[in-house]
Design a protein. Structure first.
Length: 155
């Protein structure tokens, strides 16, 4: 299916739009009056530049709000972590170990790597995890609430 959790951030930069493209989002603009925010849409893997509430001075009856989207404030790490949530891939998402985890993988030039993660730690699924040959232990994809707790505590 794809992306699962719509969210928005109260900033809009070229770097942030590039990071969303790296996650797999496509640039798509809707009716945008105030482009000071970025919002992701779980529909068709697109994101739009919109504001939490848009007021069109030429037509005061037109407003748009980000109802049912998670508000990430200005926290880029939280926004990207929630925007990355998918049900068809693990890439660039956060996970939590449910037990001690042992991981072994070969890198692109054939070197062996081995590391462990203690129970309760968060880890980021990057390209190296796609090459893991052995993962022993249990883990789960971080929920929105777990991501909020993790990234709010980092601020």
């Amino acid at each position: 299916m794809g992306f699962t959790t719509p969210c928005f951030i109260r900033k809009n930069t070229e770097e942030l739009r590039k990071k969303l493209e790296d996650l797999g989002y496509n640039l798509a603009y809707g009716r945008c009056i105030d482009c000071s925010c970025l919002a992701t849409s779980a529909f068709h893997g697109q994101y739009m530049s919109i504001a939490e509430e848009i007021y069109d001075s030429t037509n005061p009856h037109i407003t748009y709000n980000c109802a049912n989207r998670k508000d990430c404030g200005t926290n880029e790490e939280l926004f990207l972590a929630i925007a990355a949530l998918r049900d068809d891939s693990n890439y660039m998402q956060w996970f939590i170990t449910d037990s001690p985890l042992s991981v072994s993988y070969d890198d692109s030039i054939g070197n062996d790597h081995y590391f462990t993660e203690p129970k309760g730690s968060m880890f980021f699924w990057d390209e190296n995890w796609n090459h893991a040959t052995i993962i022993s232990g249990s883990y789960h994809k971080a929920t929105v609430e777990e991501l909020i707790n993790h990234f709010d505590n980092k601020c």
